[in-house]
Design a protein around this ligand. Structure first.
Ligand SMILES: CC(C)(COP(=O)(O)OP(=O)(O)OC[C@H]1O[C@@H](n2cnc3c(N)ncnc32)[C@H](O)[C@@H]1OP(=O)(O)O)[C@@H](O)C(=O)NCCC(=O)NCCSC(=O)CCCC(=O)O
Ligand SMILES: Cc1cc2nc3c(=O)[nH]c(=O)nc-3n(C[C@H](O)[C@H](O)[C@H](O)COP(=O)(O)OP(=O)(O)OC[C@H]3O[C@@H](n4cnc5c(N)ncnc54)[C@H](O)[C@@H]3O)c2cc1C
Length: 661
């Protein structure tokens, strides 16, 4: 599609684009994280888009389960090859965002990249890395991360798979003692992988030391057959990601060398002596790493959905605002703006918090290298909270975008259903959101109770700011609104702590009191994480060196985001006195003004996400807005349209219709 050729473009979109009052390329660079990143992303995307190997012979929705898997594996293998052929020196993980959309319903090699290789990097010692890292980076071996079992996913300490050390032959014996111990879910485990990192309970010298990672060969490297003592398979159709061959795995006293325990943090010596790690949750490091990555991935899913919904809302005309006048673009309805534009604002919120979290992660990793684990709890809390809010915000945002497209949003060819199923899985995997938020709450209560003791953790330092409990905001700057979020979070934490304490004073055990307060604790964790997101949004936009046009757009989006979230949870702001009912009413009015201010820029902002049509994969969201022709052409691809009268008519319908004769 030639973006300079207006003749091929829908007239509404041409008009929308002429209203643009900021530099789109500049905003694109901000979204990508700099000019160089934009250039690199485009280079990769061009490479993929122009390659016929990535085309599907027929739309995936018409393929069988096996064909989907095989088709997606064909493309993912080609993708890996292509990326390997690229000049070296680029970190593939930095390029992952550029790949969004090239694979349509999952990627059987994804967990190899996102967890298996990171697990080797983060959990294996240098000799082990020597042995496995190069081979996995060159894709000579393909692995997954096998932790979850039929009986336990959330509660990692409850895993049942055992790795029992046998010092006589210096081997671990891996065993699946019960049906519930069967590994269940790992992506690519069913048919693709020949290796995996298994999380199993470590037993040595008659003691259990909890879950530890082990690298295990699953299939013969020549024949790809599963090895003796190992049972493997795929778990069947899922809500989405149906090409990922999520699998099951059982061990029957399967032996692996001692040196297959990943020993960067803890070790089992030849005689069976256990050597403790610096911090007993370091073996959870791979999960934490992926949680950080999920925040950025969620922002990308939302960019896709909101690009589709915004362009479609500019093209679609329906009903009337002024009686008797032509049908308006649906984007002119305030209620439609309220669906779509806050989701655009949300994209930037997620981008900026993802960046802030990444920075923290890098500094924690650097400190870990020097043996300093002080900031691990802070990273655990922030990555848990942001993973939870980003995945639930993005899933809800994608669903709102789908609903905003009316009936056509329900069609697979809109690409909204698949975007939704590919996003909502992140609510569950890598730590179910409620569970992760309760981890954040645990950290909040602990921090609140240790006020006065220096923790060095910045995300919770505000809990010591008791004076702010009394102050009510009288100004409405963005900074003041962020303060209101802080006050709301602080007062929820104070309330939860007081309620917990009261129950304990009445004689309840702490863990029962905790469960009894957990709805409120969940709210604390959400409010705390929302405050973090809002603060980063405000600070990033405020300190941004950008042209006036771009700055204005981002200021308005940031303000919309702050007000939108205040209105969604206004009870909390009222309860703590951060805002008055009158303040809320004024803010609600201002939110509608902001929708009106942003309305003419909406198409240009989503254009700045710069998603090529080939990756967006949507009849409704294409750059040229030629929606109806595309919908019609896609419908013609239905196999049912190959014949005028399908066989099923003769088999079932005809006998029914004639039976009454
Ligand atoms: C929920 C927890 C964190 C609980 O762990 P626990 O050992 O029972 O801990 P606890 O008693 O609740 O707390 C004890 C303490 O451990 C701390 N802690 C917990 N995790 C960490 C961490 N990572 N770093 C640093 N500290 C950590 C907690 O904050 C507690 O600290 P405290 O005692 O309060 O000081 C854990 O079980 C967990 O992470 N569960 C979630 C499981 C999960 O995420 N599975 C992912 C499987 S892989 C996957 O889904 C891949 C999908 C990808 C794809 O397909 O693309
Ligand atoms: C698409 C997909 C891909 C996956 N890929 C992998 C993979 O590659 N490797 C892998 O090992 N695993 C993988 N998983 C598994 C995934 O990590 C788990 O499903 C996830 O961690 C949730 O655990 P669970 O299924 O045990 O849920 P459960 O813990 O059984 O959750 C059920 C309900 O119980 C609630 N609950 C549980 N514990 C508590 C608590 N302490 N407090 C309050 N409420 C609680 C939850 O909030 C939830 O509402 C994948 C899952 C999916 C869906």
């Amino acid at each position: 599609m030639d973006k300079n050729n207006e003749r091929e473009c829908n007239e509404d979109l041409i008009r929308e684009r002429r209203k643009c009052n900021f530099n789109i390329e500049e905003l694109t660079n901000i979204v990508d994280g700099g000019k160089a990143r934009t250039a690199r992303r485009r280079e990769i995307q061009r490479l993929l888009i122009n390659d016929p190997e990535f085309l599907d012979e027929i739309p995936q929705d018409y393929m069988s389960h096996e064909d989907r898997y095989s088709n997606e594996l064909r493309k993912s293998a080609h993708l890996m090859q292509k990326l390997a052929d690229q000049e070296s020196g680029h970190d593939i993980h930095q390029d992952i965002g550029a790949l969004t959309g090239i694979l349509k319903d999952g990627n059987p090699l994804m967990v190899h990249l996102s967890m298996f290789i990171p697990a080797i990097l983060g959990q294996a010692n240098s000799e082990q890395q020597e042995k496995w890292l190069g081979r996995s980076l060159r894709n000579e071996i393909i692995g997954t991360y096998a932790q979850t079992e039929l009986g336990h996913g959330t509660f990692v300490r409850g895993l049942e798979t055992r790795a029992t050390y046998d010092p006589t032959v210096e081997e671990f014996v891996l065993h699946t003692p019960t049906i519930t111990a069967t590994k269940w879910w790992p992506g690519g485990l069913g048919k693709t992988c020949n290796y995996c990192v298994v999380m199993a309970q470590l037993y040595t010298q008659g003691r259990c030391y909890g879950p530890h990672p082990f690298i295990v060969q699953l299939r013969d490297e020549e024949t790809h057959r599963s090895l003796p003592g190992i049972t493997l398979g795929e778990i069947g159709p899922r809500l989405g990601l149906n090409s990922n061959d999520n699998g099951f795995l059982k061990f029957e006293n399967h032996r692996i060398p001692r040196t297959n325990m990943l020993m960067k943090h803890s070790q089992v010596l030849k005689d069976g002596t256990y050597v403790k790690p610096l911090h007993n949750k370091l073996s959870y490091g791979t999960m934490m790493l992926v949680r950080v990555g999920i925040v950025g991935a969620c922002s990308r899913s939302l960019q896709y959905a909101v690009t589709i919904a915004t362009r479609y809302s500019a093209v679609r005309h329906q009903s009337e605002i002024v009686p008797g006048q032509p049908e308006p673009q649906i984007l002119d309805y305030q209620t439609q703006q309220y669906k779509v534009i806050p989701q655009i604002a949300s994209v930037f919120a997620l981008i900026f918090s993802a960046r802030s979290l990444s920075k923290i992660q890098s500094s924690v990793t650097a400190k870990l290298k020097d043996g300093n684990t002080d900031l691990l709890p802070e990273l655990h809390s922030l990555s848990s909270g942001l993973k939870a809010l980003s995945s639930s915000d993005a899933s809800w945002g994608v669903e709102v975008c789908r609903l905003a497209c009316g009936g056509h949003g329900y069609l697979a060819s809109s690409n909204l259903p698949r975007t939704y199923t590919g996003t909502t899985c992140a609510i569950t995997y890598e730590g179910e959101n409620t569970v992760l938020l309760l981890q954040v709450a645990r950290y909040l209560i602990k921090s609140y109770r240790s006020i006065g003791k220096e923790t060095g953790a910045s995300s919770v330092s505000y809990l010591a700011d008791q004076t702010s409990l009394a102050s009510s905001s009288s100004s409405f700057s963005n900074k003041a609104l962020v303060q209101a979020f802080k006050l709301s979070a602080l007062s929820l934490v104070a309330e939860a702590e007081a309620r917990l304490q009261k129950l304990c004073d009445m004689g309840q055990e702490f863990y029962h009191a905790w469960n009894y307060c957990s709805v409120l604790l969940l709210k604390c964790a959400e409010a705390h994480t929302r405050y973090y997101i809002c603060e980063k949004y405000e600070q990033t936009v405020d300190s941004l060196k950008a042209s006036e046009g771009v700055k204005n757009v981002l200021q308005s989006l940031c303000r919309l985001y702050l007000i939108y979230h205040i209105t969604l949870t206004h009870g909390d702001f009222l309860k703590c006195g951060a805002l008055t009912p009158r303040n809320i009413a004024v803010l609600e009015g201002e939110m509608c003004d902001l929708l009106a201010v942003l309305r003419p820029q909406a198409v240009s902002i989503v254009d700045a996400f710069d998603i090529p049509d080939e990756l967006l994969g949507s009849t409704l969201g294409c750059w040229d807005g030629n929606v109806y022709q595309r919908l019609y052409d896609e419908a013609l691809k239905s196999p049912l349209n190959k014949t005028d009268v399908p066989d099923a008519y003769y088999k079932y319908l005809l006998p029914l219709m004639k039976s009454s004769l």
